[in-house]
Design a protein around this ligand. Sequence first.
Ligand code: SF4
Length: 390
Amino acid sequence: MLGELDVQGDTNPLDRRWFMKCALASGAALGVSGPPATGMPSGAGQQKQDDAQFAVEAKFYQKLQNRKIKCKLCPRECTVGDKERGYCGVRENRGGTYYTLVHSRVCAAHVDPVEKKPLFHYLPGSLAFSIATAGCNVNCKFCQNWDISQSRPEQIPADYTPPQRIAALAKQHSCPTIAYTYSEPVVFAEFLMDTADAGHAAGVRSIVVSNGYMQEEALREAYGKMDAVKIDLKAFTEQYYRDVVTGQLKPVLETLVTLKKMGKWTEIVYLVLPGMNDGDAELRGLAQWIKANLGEDVPLHFTQFHPEYLLKNLPITPVPTLERAKAIADAEGLHYVYIGNVPGHPAQNTYCPQCRKMLVERVGFTASQMLIRKNSCPFCRHPIPGVWST
Ligand code: SF4
């Protein structure tokens, strides 16, 4: 079955049409969707008819007077009146009770290499059964998956795929992990939690790819069930977060500190937009903050931007810019600084910070060589942080 999926193809992973094609194709191939002839299910009419099966009471909210509620899932703290939805568009107040409308409402499913998340220090060379629902709690102007992240659930095709089914599909396709990804898992927290429980019961772990823009209680409960976390730290200034992300930096930094306190394996991605978040001072401040607050061993991925959505006017990030960012972070003492979305670049490999020998070689999204043994460098025995085997 896996042969039907081009999980290590050379297509640009950031191309939206490719993404949707894969999402649809894999949905059919994985049995997540309807008949292969039609791919994913039919769409809005069908969705409306089946709405009830996706609506589950939300976990993180507070009831107010006059049938209003205050959502406590993310820092927006939307106050939502009866029959209205919060900013993310996937949570609705029905008579004073708040509901998620995307429980088990899978709009994309795909088998990906874990390196594509990217997680480089977590089960290298393994596959992740990757799912998404509609919705997001921010609106990044550069979003690669805007067609699902900025949609309401009823606007895009989806399938009813409950947690136990996802766990079974992950096992069926030899995926040791389920990944919550593509859109923003914060907004489908209840579904993520139930799926993580189902996965763990079946011996499948969970990893999340998130903007980290959430409240601490929800973070501890929902991401407490995760086995590894990747956080997109989109810039190191509040101005960028306000103008480009439509969010705030401070809660994301707080999330990273809380994840460290929780002992979660965490990697950070910083998408470098030319002229927008690539100044020397900003990058130095970022690296210094990571070292001081999270430690020098947290992997940091500087990834290449490809023009998309509302920022098609910007160029692709030049490779020398990414190399400059890495050089700054290296100089500040971070041990594992990677360059992402540049296939074949040597900074995609893992090197021992002590003896500098190459320990993991990556080609595209494949870990082609993995020399780490017993969580250590086989040459000098220096411990290499991460989860290297099941
Ligand atoms: S999760 Fe959605 S409804 Fe809740 S506060 Fe955030 S944007 Fe608002």
